[in-house]
Design a protein around this ligand. Structure first.
Ligand code: 13P
Ligand code: ZN
Length: 270
């Protein structure tokens, strides 16, 4: 057996948590990540039939039956993942149609997966139906996007258009835009279902007054999506309240669509 600490998925997960903390997106235990893995990815790093514990999930997700997830632990600090991965991360296998998760590695202090497991798993189920290559769901608390939800309308089209107008490459990186949920109680199946519903049409979902969800084919893509949206929100927060003299016009956005081969969300550009 190879050492799981040398697995590319583990190395990348630890680097990503460390980097997200460094960006200020994950204060204290804020934020959580789940990375979907296949049996082939994990079998050379451990005996997948050796179950440490079985943890009930409190929901169903039949589409994920038999899938493996490397996931951050509830109450754990991203800051500490690099120093004690086996305490702060866990590798689980989803069984019983999503009702239970078998712990195969990690959460060595008796911990369990993030309280946002419902939102993660339900979002994974939706995203793989939209794009079978999707592997990552990432949640964090980026400062400027959060700030924006206090001063900008939460209308999804308006919110998306504002972000697109803040940096030229936004429309290229997230042509599907951002969807927005109003404030809801976090850590519940209800917010999980609502997030998954929003994930049908966009890979970024804002939780007003809380944070952001991003989905992607790998950790880099999900990180890059969040990074780009957060940069746009930072620019918005710098200029909001100042007289707007220039912007990126819809005509220019259409030029970007042509140049980069992307299609903006239907009905979002004039
Ligand atoms: P967890 O510590 O349970 O992952 O929760 C952090 C968080 O950001 C809740 O939304
Ligand atoms: Zn959160």
């Amino acid at each position: 057996m190879k050492d799981i600490m040398t697995a590319p998925f583990m190395v990348e997960m630890i680097r990503t948590c460390t980097n997200m903390y460094a960006h200020g997106w994950d204060e204290r235990n804020g934020g959580n990540i789940s990375l979907m893995l296949e049996e082939e990815d994990v079998k050379e790093y451990g005996d997948t039939s050796r179950v440490l514990r079985t943890i009930p999930t409190g929901f169903e997700a039949p589409a994920l039956d038999g899938k493996y997830f490397l996931v951050t632990g509830t109450g754990k600090y991203f800051k500490n993942v690099q120093y004690a991965p086996d305490v702060n991360l866990g590798l689980v296998k989803i069984i019983d149609g999503g009702k239970n998760a078998q712990l195969l590695w990690g959460f060595s202090d008796g911990g369990k997966f993030t309280s946002e497991f419902p939102a993660h798993m339900m979002s994974h189920a939706v995203r793989i139906s939209v794009n079978p290559a999707n592997r990552v769901v990432m949640h964090c608390h980026p400062t400027n996007l959060l700030a924006m939800t206090y001063v900008h309308t939460l209308d999804e089209k308006a919110f998306t258009r504002t972000l697109w107008q803040m940096c030229t490459e936004c429309i290229v990186v997230f042509p599907d835009g951002v969807n927005v949920l109003p404030w809801m109680l976090c850590g519940t199946n209800e917010i999980g279902e609502a997030t998954a519903e929003k994930m049908k049409t966009a890979r970024l979902v804002v939780w007003a007054q809380h944070g952001l969800y991003g989905a992607g084919v790998d950790l880099d893509e999900a990180f890059g999506l969040i990074e780009t949206a957060e940069k746009a929100a930072e620019i918005y927060m710098k200029i909001a309240g100042l007289p707007l003299v220039n912007t990126i016009t819809d005509e220019q956005m259409h030029l970007l669509e042509g140049r980069f081969g992307v299609k903006a969300r239907e009905g979002y550009l004039s």
